[in-house]
Ligand binder design. Structure first.
Ligand SMILES: [Zn+2]
Length: 265
């Protein structure tokens, strides 16, 4: 099996096999993979986990990705409506908004990279913030445009260009980084479109979920990287961000998550 995830911090010799999968775990999206085989290796220094497999990643994120993961247009809207109606005590998104409010003011330009269902942006917009977002998946983009109205872009982050050179005050990357083979490139790109002293908010699944076994949502096939607090912090410091706050939490949905606020310096 081939390594599909890359990070500059860990040496190949420090990695050891952790979990092996020869069939799709229950609850994982069915991508129709024949001869399912994958594994995670873990770094003995920083506990970062790397994904190994032999199928083509491009086939996972084809235009049917959101259809496989969420269903059609109507189902996407239903999921959105269901999530926005959750109370604070059972909503991951509303708790995320609450965390971020401390670092935001109404003049800020907010940019959510990989806005997905746009629940986060919708909640911020409702509170009067200036929001914008990026979503590479066509169906999720159309949905986001429908609920947020303006400043939603349909392209991968590598292809995003600032118009009129206005940089953002606050950029969020919620449960996105773990899907990307080379997270360092994404962080570098984000640094370029964030103001000096601007805030970068990141959320990733926490590798501490491994203590509950290999079939956890945090360890699904789309997650090429599973971060530890140390590996996330190391990555951000390497990319010249100053950590303000990094926490490990269990979310209302039961997910183990690491979140962090970092300053662009
Ligand atoms: Zn490491």
């Amino acid at each position: 099996m081939k390594n599909q995830s890359f990070l500059n911090c860990c040496n190949e010799k420090d990695l050891k096999d952790l979990f092996y999968y020869n069939k799709k775990p229950k609850g994982e999206t069915d991508f129709g993979i024949k001869r399912y085989k994958r594994k995670y290796k873990i770094c003995k220094n920083c506990n970062h986990m790397f994904s190994y497999f032999n199928f083509n990643l491009k086939n996972l994120y084809n235009k049917k990705y959101s259809e496989n993961a969420y269903g059609n247009k109507e189902k996407i809207l239903n999921s959105f409506n269901k999530i926005i109606s959750l109370p604070l005590t059972s909503s991951d998104n509303k708790n995320r908004v609450k965390r971020c409010l401390k670092y935001l003011n109404k003049k800020n330009l907010i940019f959510d990279v990989g806005c997905g269902l746009s629940v986060f942006l919708f909640e911020l917009k409702k509170k009067g913030f200036k929001v914008s977002g990026l979503e590479p998946d066509k169906n999720l983009f159309l949905h986001s445009k429908n609920v947020i109205k303006k400043n939603i872009f349909n392209k991968p982050i590598e292809k995003f260009k600032l118009k009129k050179t206005k940089k953002f005050d606050f950029i969020s990357l919620n449960k996105v980084l773990e899907h990307i083979p080379y997270p360092e490139n994404t962080i570098k790109k984000i640094k370029n479109i964030l103001k000096f002293n601007g805030i970068f908010y990141i959320e990733v699944p926490d590798q501490r979920a491994v203590k509950f076994g290999k079939n956890r949502e945090e360890l699904m096939i789309e997650h090429l990287h599973v971060f530890s607090k140390k590996s996330l912090q190391n990555l951000m410091i390497r990319k010249n961000f100053k950590p303000i706050k990094i926490r490990q939490i269990k979310e209302p949905s039961g997910k183990y998550t690491i979140y962090g606020f970092f300053k662009n310096k």
